[in-house]
Write a protein that binds this ligand. Structure first.
Ligand code: FES
Ligand code: FES
Length: 189
């Protein structure tokens, strides 16, 4: 059995330890918001947070995430039960709605997870910082201008509601090398 904290919940999994985390998330846990694109850490569609850091779930074996904290798009919003629509969504999600960012939508959960990680580290990124942080998340529909605008708007929203991302969960161990490798970003071209 391998234990993971997924979206704040302890999950016990008997999958093969070499199974990519993406398949565990989608198939074993039924969290299908995280998408499969390339399977080789090049497109960003599978981006989740591992101990608060954006990683490519398609190339992380389950064993490398053992005992650690995973956040998927389903766990990003701080409280969907809130009556306040701003509070109910993460500021990045709220900004995405306002800007109507998605076209086909396939890449968007990965985009949002990367954007949320960016704003955790840099609450007021300029265009260059946004482009640098997001360059590994590909969008074949070309929504990049709306993504950039939405990230600026998300930063405003976060300030307006004094939103603070929960601190990255403290895990029992450092992320495994495979996870660090998986944060590498590919170019869009
Ligand atoms: S599916 Fe993981 S980076 Fe493309
Ligand atoms: S919205 Fe279609 S791939 Fe990004």
């Amino acid at each position: 059995m391998i234990s993971l904290n997924v979206n704040g919940e302890l999950r016990e999994l008997d999958d093969d330890p070499e199974t990519p985390l993406l398949w565990v998330i989608r198939e074993s846990l039924g969290l299908t918001g995280t998408k499969f694109g390339c399977g080789i850490a090049q497109c960003g569609a599978c981006t989740v947070h591992l101990n608060g850091q954006p990683v490519r779930a398609c190339v992380i074996p389950l064993a490398a995430a053992a005992g650690q904290s995973v956040t998927t798009i389903e766990g990003l919003a701080p409280g969907s039960a809130s009556a306040d629509p701003v509070q109910a969504l993460h500021p990045v999600q709220q900004a995405w709605v306002e800007a109507q960012v998605p076209q086909c939508g396939y890449c968007q959960s990965g985009q949002i997870m990367s954007a949320a990680a960016l704003l955790r580290d840099n609450p007021d990124p300029d265009d260059a910082a946004i482009d640098a942080a997001m360059r590994g998340n590909l969008c074949r529909c070309g929504t990049y201008p709306r993504i950039r605008s939405a990230i600026h708007r998300a930063a405003e929203l976060a300030r307006a509601i004094d939103f603070h991302e929960p601190a990255a969960p403290v895990a029992g161990q450092e992320p495994a090398p495979a996870a660090a490798q998986a944060t590498g970003t590919g170019d869009r071209a």
